[in-house]
Design a protein around this ligand. Structure first.
Ligand code: SAH
Length: 393
């Protein structure tokens, strides 16, 4: 089949030549043919030299690149990529691991499959698709994933209702593409969590915090822990192992209910834990001297560069509240998951927060996303999660 051709403006081929996987609409000089949303198109420079193939979308990201070589983008292409993704997770010990049954199998650009996220929960794979092209292939992708995982997977759930670009003509409906499963109880580093992909946020769990939750354990002994933006209690469950008390705060009532269920799953009816359905900023208004370990893991404050200044102010205000009020010798795990907030900008916000309080603050660790969320070095935007472990005197 003849593919439509995307011809770039002079000079706009530079980023493609450096393997950046997105073509912005502003770089396009002309389109030869009449590609539909989600079609595979070929990208050429101004002199009509082939550069790449990818999924077309009539939006600000016009093409998401699948290959920089002139290869057929077909079933065996997808199969190769998915096999490579599995192989990486195997090489880091995440597959067939009895103490961790949760991992990210496909991380979009990080696995050279832009627009496609696939998370694995003990046999159930949850897809979250961000492009029309990948959405059109979801049936095939689901089949290939089941085939590649062999007996390890029994069902594929599509959770793309809220992630398919709203400009697109596609109406996605969440549901199983293959098989079926009730919500599951899965292990992560030996701790147990109830995972409900259907009613939960994202694909059901914030898998990206696995290594940071593990690190938290080094700091919890005999501490009074405040887990802000706690969702279903990920950090709380780890903290409960050694802490004196743990308070979990989230504005979502359902998240808090699941957090309590997760604490019960691991510790039974343990009085050291209390959960609060509350707004973070209100809760933080008066916590003076109550806590000596605080986790701040807010939702992305900036979704696009336009909201960056407000987001940075938000991080500053939030961190200031914690730094001001934490007990001397306290530890703060503070995060940003906004893609548009760079590591440097985040650190500057926390610096500004610390400077305002006048307390002595040191950085003990710099945190990131785990290796099943790999970052394509040519796509630095893929490094979205950044965190700091602070020691406050
Ligand atoms: N740390 C969690 C993930 C946090 S995601 C984990 O490891 O699983 C961010 C959470 O912040 C969501 O659960 C969301 O419900 C909550 N949230 C968003 N706005 C909030 C607010 N203003 N106050 C309190 N919680 C909020």
């Amino acid at each position: 089949m003849e593919r439509a051709k995307i011809i770039l403006k002079s000079g706009k081929d530079q980023s493609v030549r450096r393997f950046h996987p997105w073509i912005f609409s502003g770089a396009v000089k002309k389109i030869i043919g009449n590609p539909a949303e989600g079609d595979i198109v070929e990208v050429f420079d101004n002199k009509e030299t082939f550069l790449a193939s990818g999924h077309y979308q009539p939006s600000s990201i016009a093409v998401r690149i699948l290959s920089f070589e002139r290869v057929e983008i077909d079933r065996s292409f997808l199969k190769r990529k998915i096999e490579e993704a599995l192989k990486l997770r195997q090489s880091i010990g995440l597959v067939d691991n009895a103490s961790t049954e949760i991992f990210r199998l496909i991380n979009a650009e990080g696995d050279s499959l832009p627009g496609l996220i696939a998370d694995y929960y003990k046999g159930v794979v949850v897809l979250q698709i961000h492009s029309a092209g990948m959405f059109r292939l979801r049936q095939e992708i689901s089949e290939i994933i089941l085939e590649t995982l062999g007996g390890r997977a029994i069902a594929v759930f599509d959770k793309s209702e809220s992630t398919i670009p709203f400009m697109s003509g596609i109406k996605a409906v969440n549901g199983f593409i293959s098989g079926f499963s009730e919500p599951l109880i899965c292990s992560e580093n030996g701790f147990r969590f109830k995972i409900d992909w259907e009613s939960g946020q994202k694909t059901g769990f914030y898998i990206d915090q696995r290594e940071n939750r593990r690190l938290l354990q080094d700091f919890t002994e005999n501490r009074c822990v405040l887990n802000m933006f706690g969702y279903t209690g990920g950090f709380s469950v780890y903290a409960m192992k050694n802490a004196e008390l743990v308070h979990t705060v989230d504005s979502s009532q359902t998240a808090i209910e699941t957090a309590c269920e997760n604490i019960r799953l691991n510790y039974g009816d343990d009085k050291r834990h209390t959960a609060f359905t509350a707004d973070a900023f209100e809760f933080l208004a008066d916590i003076k001297n109550k806590y000596d370990l605080i986790i701040l893991d807010p939702p992305a404050f900036a979704k696009h560069t336009g909201s960056l200044p407000n987001a940075l102010q938000g991080y500053k205000r939030l961190n200031m509240k914690a730094i001001e009020q934490i007990r001397p010798g306290g530890i703060i795990f503070t995060f940003s998951c906004s893609q548009v907030v760079s590591r440097e900008n985040f650190r500057k916000s926390v610096f500004a927060a610390a400077a305002n309080t006048g307390r002595k603050v040191r950085i003990l660790h710099q945190l990131s996303q785990p290796p099943d969320h790999p970052v394509n070095i040519y796509h630095p935007e893929g490094e979205y999660l950044k965190g700091l472990v602070l020691h406050v005197e």
